[in-house]
Ligand binder design. Structure first.
Ligand SMILES: *[C@@H]1O[C@H](CO)[C@@H](O)[C@H](O)[C@H]1NC(C)=O
Ligand SMILES: *[C@@H]1O[C@H](CO)[C@@H](O)[C@H](O)[C@H]1NC(C)=O
Ligand SMILES: *[C@@H]1O[C@H](CO)[C@@H](O)[C@H](O)[C@H]1NC(C)=O
Ligand SMILES: *[C@@H]1O[C@H](CO)[C@@H](O)[C@H](O)[C@H]1NC(C)=O
Ligand SMILES: *[C@@H]1O[C@H](CO)[C@@H](O)[C@H](O)[C@H]1NC(C)=O
Ligand SMILES: *[C@@H]1O[C@H](CO)[C@@H](O)[C@H](O)[C@H]1NC(C)=O
Ligand SMILES: *[C@@H]1O[C@H](CO)[C@@H](O)[C@H](O)[C@H]1NC(C)=O
Ligand SMILES: *[C@@H]1O[C@H](CO)[C@@H](O)[C@H](O)[C@H]1NC(C)=O
Length: 231
């Protein structure tokens, strides 16, 4: 099985525009708009505190391709025009980070907690590893979270249950192990949930939590055995 991930990752490294990338759902419009520095005619420049948070976030990452080269500390540099960053066009607050396929790795800085209006975080197709950092499960305002196609491992933290605003959650194509937690039953706003293709996330004890997810439209549990599940 492991070879499969290496083939995937190698394909990513060798040909970043292959159709495999179509599995990152939010691909396309938002980041294209962000790169153009044109997202609905925003005139308000970004907030100092949010800019500092983004610069701290960048500082703890490794960015071998310089994808974050537009993220600069210069005084007159508007962080709403930075690649991958989207701001609300009325308030100027940072609302989205679309960093899929940026080849990033390293630490995810707790400074993200200062992006208090961030509701959309897409880190799909990067090289983050380790367990899901606490900062992520502390951003309880998130509505969209995509961590798919990384090297995250270990068990999924129980604190995932605090992300109650999530509409979209994709944890697929990582290396999580252990069981699927009943805490997912707390995520009652979910429309889309993808947990599949985690090589060792192979058991599930109970499906009771699933009946709580009454808005669910899309559920991916590819390669997760339901053999021991009751309900
Ligand atoms: C992307 O933008 C194009 C036009 O620029 C639009 O037709 C299309 O519906 C958009 N797709 C999504 C998913 O927003
Ligand atoms: C601001 O964004 C909203 C959607 O987020 C859009 O409907 C509206 O047209 C935008 N306003 C301007 C002035 O671009
Ligand atoms: C931004 O400024 C331009 C003129 O510089 C103006 O035409 C446009 O309406 C402004 N947009 C918003 C959302 O205020
Ligand atoms: C948030 O910003 C404040 C300054 O505005 C700073 O003192 C604090 O350390 C930041 N928090 C994090 C978690 O980075
Ligand atoms: C479930 O969500 C509630 C808020 O709706 C929160 O107080 C509680 O801590 C969450 N439980 C877990 C296990 O995250
Ligand atoms: C999951 O993997 C970690 C090592 O990455 C290990 O320490 C832990 O015991 C494993 N947990 C389960 C439930 O398999
Ligand atoms: C269902 O969600 C409610 C909160 O909306 C929570 O109190 C309850 O524990 C959840 N049930 C399960 C089985 O997760
Ligand atoms: C969520 O799932 C629905 C139903 O399968 C699908 O139509 C939609 O495109 C998915 N949303 C995203 C953001 O992928």
């Amino acid at each position: 099985m492991i070879w499969f991930y290496f083939v995937l990752i190698s394909m990513l490294l060798l040909c970043p525009n292959t159709t495999i990338l179509a599995t990152c759902s939010s691909i396309g419009n938002q980041s294209a708009a962000a790169t153009d520095g044109n997202y609905g005619g925003i005139n308000k420049s970004c907030f100092h505190k949010e800019k500092q948070a983004l610069l701290h976030f960048k500082a703890s990452l490794r960015d071998p391709l310089g994808q974050l080269s537009t993220w600069r500390p210069a005084e007159d540099d508007d962080c709403c025009k930075w690649s991958g960053v989207t701001c609300n066009n009325h308030t100027g607050h940072v609302t989205e980070l679309n960093l899929h396929s940026y080849h990033l790795r390293g630490e995810i800085s707790p400074s993200l907690l200062n992006l208090t209006y961030l509701n959309h975080l897409d880190l799909c197709f990067n090289s983050f590893d380790g367990t899901i950092p606490k900062v992520i499960t502390s951003m309880t305002q998130l509505r969209y979270l995509d961590l798919s196609f990384n090297f995250f491992h270990g068990t999924i933290p129980r604190s995932i249950g605090s992300l109650t605003q999530l509409r979209y959650l994709d944890l697929s194509f990582n290396f999580f192990n252990g069981t699927i937690l009943p805490e997912f039953g707390n995520l009652t706003n979910l429309r889309n949930l993808s947990l599949g293709n985690n090589e060792r996330l192979s058991t599930i004890q109970t499906l009771d939590w699933l009946s709580n997810l009454s808005h669910l439209q899309h559920l991916d549990m590819t390669h997760i055995s339901l053999a021991n599940a009751t309900h």
